[in-house]
Design a protein. Structure first.
Ligand code: BG6
Length: 503
């Protein structure tokens, strides 16, 4: 019997009642941006709050030659630059000795042996007990071989979990192939396909909003909702990721995963409980019910030169590493339908893109107008229909637009907002999505990760869209950087007598 764990006051009031088991986290792709900007800062923040396992180690693995000390130094700088918490020497001093590095050519057998030896060493020295989390921050083509090697070296001791970054494959066929390869050796509950949007507080709050409040459920359907608008707008360009982005485009980078997951969370039925299976069963039903939009209902765009937040920026085709005649899209808008009883005939207008006017992710639930306003003509002229607006980021919160009487003798009605802002309501800062997700994987909780059937449904829709895109060549660029996308995206709604939410 193991000794009872010491009481950790930091866990009081938190969802987790225990720290994760001792374990070693191996990051494949440790020289990449994600490790520096997200993973290590998230691990530091977990350490800062005392949420890491009592015995813990991180092994960075990548092709670049690096010593343990060089890796530690680079990660220290990453924490200073990117962690949400201030740098504290004593936190770092606890974490740093557990950081190791292994130079690894992914297809080299002996390198895999070296990694296995390091893992045995940290088991002995740091007490990680043979428990392993492997984080794959590498392109999908590199994952298969690595997973086979891990399976081959698996001993009976401890548990193994795999966290797999997006993109999970490149299309339905490759995703299926990858799923088959992984599940040949690992069980679904050992596989954690990450979609970091699910780790965002505000996305989880959508579940709280819908299922912890009695007032929304009766009106959360086609009878009361006119339509839904989901926007994932970024002001940044493709940064230094042309190699990846040229292959992916907006449809694979964000539409296939983050955006469709937001649709699923908005449209899903209440799960019977909050377990991984129940939540994912409901989400996958929405994804299955998504009607493939026709070509007229999907708009793609690519940015030209323009001004973003006051700065002049180059066109997509002028970005470093992008082909001058590139046909890769940096914007997608679509009108989607969820074909079920709750949502039949209720459009979900979605749009997402890079180099848009500003960074903003929102889910807007637009309700139908009041059936018969009994006021004099003109009294409610400027009144807009009720909108429940979920600010996923930034300015995290929820806002409800309602009509209110303007003070004075007459009866004039105007739209006002009831706001809930995280910053005002809670003292705690908002954790980064990766903190939540890395911790969940170490705890073995897959609720906020995508299941194989979800990924495949998402790809099926994307494949259908990409197939009809191959038939024509739009004239790119078709929107200026710093705007809200091509005119055709506006037309998509105007044709239905609607428009995108005003900014
Ligand atoms: C990633 C995409 O998954 O999400 C990036 O690959 C994008 O292109 C990023 O910039 C956006 O994430 P966030 O959390 O900043 O909205």
């Amino acid at each position: 019997m193991s000794a009872p764990e010491e009481h950790n006051p930091l866990l009081d009031g938190l969802r987790i009642k225990r720290r994760p088991d001792p374990c070693a986290l191996v990051i494949f792709g440790a020289s990449g941006d994600l490790t520096q900007k997200k993973l290590i800062p998230a691990i530091y923040s977990l350490a800062y709050r005392g949420l890491l396992p009592a015995s813990f180690a991180v092994i960075g693995a990548a092709r670049t030659e690096e010593t343990d000390d060089e890796f530690r130094e680079r990660m220290r700088a990453a924490v200073v630059d990117h962690a949400r918490d201030p740098f504290k020497q004593e936190v770092w001093d606890e974490l740093a000795p557990g950081l190791r590095y292994s130079t690894l050519d992914f297809s080299d057998d002996t390198a895999q042996d070296r990694l296995a030896a390091i893992l045995e060493e940290v088991d002995r020295e740091r007490g990680t007990q043979g428990n392993r989390v492997f984080y794959f921050a590498v392109p999908p083509s590199a994952i298969g071989t690595l997973i086979d090697e891990i399976a081959e070296r698996r001993t009976g001791q401890g548990w193994t979990r795999l966290i797999i970054e997006k993109p999970f494959g490149h299309d339905l066929a490759s995703a299926k192939e990858l799923n088959a390869r992984i599940t040949a050796n690992f069980h679904e509950d050992e596989i954690f396909r990450i979609d970091h949007y699910l780790g965002k507080e505000t996305v989880q709050n959508m579940l709280a909003l819908r299922f912890a409040n009695g007032i929304f459920e009766p009106i959360w359907n086609r009878q009361f909702i006119d339509h839904v608008q989901i926007t994932v707008a970024e002001s940044i360009g493709i940064e230094a990721r042309a190699g990846y982005y040229e292959q992916a485009g907006a449809i694979r980078d964000i539409f296939q995963n983050h955006l469709l997951q937001l649709v699923a969370i908005t449209a899903m039925e209440p799960p019977i409980d909050f377990t991984a299976e129940s939540v994912r069963n409901e989400k996958v039903k929405v994804l299955k019910a998504l009607h493939t939009p026709g070509p007229k209902h999907v708009v793609r765009g690519q940015y030209g030169r323009g001004f973003v937040e006051g700065e002049e920026v180059v066109a997509y085709r002028e970005e470093e590493g992008v082909a001058p005649g590139s046909m890769t899209e940096s914007f997608v808008a679509a009108k989607l339908y969820v074909d079920n009883w709750r949502w039949a005939d209720t459009p979900f207008y979605v749009r997402m893109g890079k180099r848009l006017a500003r960074r903003e992710t929102t889910i807007a639930i637009q309700f139908k107008r009041a059936p018969h306003p009994p006021f004099e003509d003109g009294a409610a002229e400027g009144l807009r229909p009720n909108v429940l607006l979920i600010h996923v980021q930034p300015n995290e919160g929820v806002s409800l637009a309602i009509g209110a009487k303007v003070p004075g003798q007459g009866m004039t009605i105007r739209t006002v907002h009831m706001d809930f802002l995280y910053g005002g309501a809670f003292r705690e800062g908002i954790p980064d999505a990766y903190e939540r997700l890395i911790l969940d994987a170490m705890l073995g909780d897959a609720t906020l990760f995508t299941r194989s059937d979800e990924t495949e449904e998402q790809w099926a829709l994307v494949d259908a869209i990409v197939a009809f895109w191959q038939r024509d060549r739009p004239s790119f660029p078709n929107y200026a950087a710093g705007t809200w996308g091509p005119a055709a995206a506006d037309d998509l709604l105007h044709r239905d007598g609607r428009s995108w939410r005003r900014h």
